[in-house]
Write a protein that binds this ligand. Structure first.
Ligand code: PLP
Length: 357
């Protein structure tokens, strides 16, 4: 395991945390991991106190958005120690995202080692209640100062950690989502497969309008025909039609390859469910709903794990799914994944990276 330089904070901010109202991404732990890239290589990296950073007005990321991020979680294992869920997948995806926006790759094992050191140092920040966790947010961005458009020659990687409740205020209660027929998130050949700041900027207007209209999230359709279902804001989407679990395939190159998506597909296949990764149109969903075959719909993502969809609104069509209740497959997936994450269910897949305390 790498030995990172650690500069400990003089004081802790932990006494200001309201553990019963953590929300999502409101509190930040005492330390961050930082590594800088210059002259063609990343430095050794170090752990330092969380705090403000200096930046010039011409920081290129402010102007041109050369920024990527990740999101994963650490859990207190009921048998002791800490479980970080599938961090190697996130490290690999960070480099995939980087390759799309000219950000140099970071050593994946070194990043996982840095996460282990960081969560160990700030172990007091990992919340203790079931459902709570320590959210880990790596972010990488250009740090050159200039105004001409080109890729930065220097970069900074930061890892922030944040104690969180579950993502949705509604918890596991099904949410209402709005199918956007006006705005799109990504097109083939664009940034859809990368976890970039720009994708989120592109989603904010539709998301804000949806919230105003009473919906929790936007369901995006493909950017060309606007018939094929892509994904939800920060989640992949899955449907149970008849006895088949269906999720949009990655082949079109417009959606993000979610770690939770992969986890769900692996479990569902091992359970013997009929699983299809394929294109699915909004019309097929409307037909399935009409005929009573649309049994379940749910989003998958690190923040919410499984987020059941109780209602989908598309133009003039309103589809209520499973009487606005969570369905049996969504429930079983949620129970199994969270059970593995908290060490209650045996991790036969080797998904947890365990940190002894
Ligand atoms: C992060 C993200 C997801 C979910 O990915 P997980 O690895 O499961 O957390 C899905 N879609 C988008 C657009 C995302 O940014």
């Amino acid at each position: 395991m790498s030995n990172f330089k650690i500069e400990k904070s003089q004081a802790t901010r932990i006494n200001g945390v309201d553990w019963n109202n953590l929300g999502f991404g409101i509190y930040f732990s005492d330390h961050i991991f930082v590594s800088d890239y210059a002259d063609g290589k990343w430095d050794e990296g170090k752990i330092v106190p969380y705090g403000p950073m200096q930046m010039e007005p011409t920081n290129c990321t402010l102007h041109y958005g050369q920024s990527i991020f990740e999101g994963l979680k650490a859990f207190l294992d009921v048998k002791g120690g800490i479980n970080i869920f599938r961090p190697g997948k996130n490290a690999a995806r960070l480099n995939h995202s980087g390759s799309r926006v000219c950000i140099p790759a970071f050593d994946e094992q070194k990043l996982v080692d840095a996460l282990k050191e960081l969560v160990k140092l700030d172990k007091q920040w990992i919340p203790k209640q079931r459902g709570q966790s320590l959210y880990i947010r790596p972010v990488v961005f250009g740090t050159d100062n200039f105004l001409g458009v080109h890729a930065s020659s220097t970069y900074r990687l930061i890892v922030i950690t944040s104690p969180v409740a579950s993502y949705y205020a509604e918890g596991l209660n099904p949410v209402k989502i709005l199918v956007s027929s006006e705005y799109v998130r990504a097109v083939r050949g664009g940034l859809g497969t990368a976890k970039t700041a720009a994708n989120y900027a592109a989603s904010l207007l539709a998301g804000t309008l949806a919230k105003k209209a009473g919906y929790a999230q936007v369901l995006w359709l493909d950017g060309v025909s606007r018939h094929f279902v892509d994904e939800v804001g920060a989640m992949n989407i899955m449907f149970v039609i008849g006895d088949e679990l269906i999720t949009p395939s990655l082949e079109q190159g417009t959606i993000l390859a979610g770690v939770t998506r992969d986890t769900v597909l692996t479990l569902a296949r091992d359970w013997g469910l009929k699983v299809s990764e394929r294109q699915i149109t909004i019309d097929e969903l409307i037909e399935a709903h009409k005929s009573g075959n649309l049994k379940e719909a749910f989003g998958t993502g690190t923040a919410a794990v499984i987020s059941p969809v109780g209602l989908m609104h598309y133009n003039d069509t309103e589809m209520v799914i499973n009487d606005m209740k969570i369905g049996p497959i969504a429930q079983r997936l949620y129970d199994t994944i969270t059970g593995i994450q908290y060490g209650e269910i045996e991790d036969t897949y080797g998904w947890n990276v365990h940190v002894d305390l």
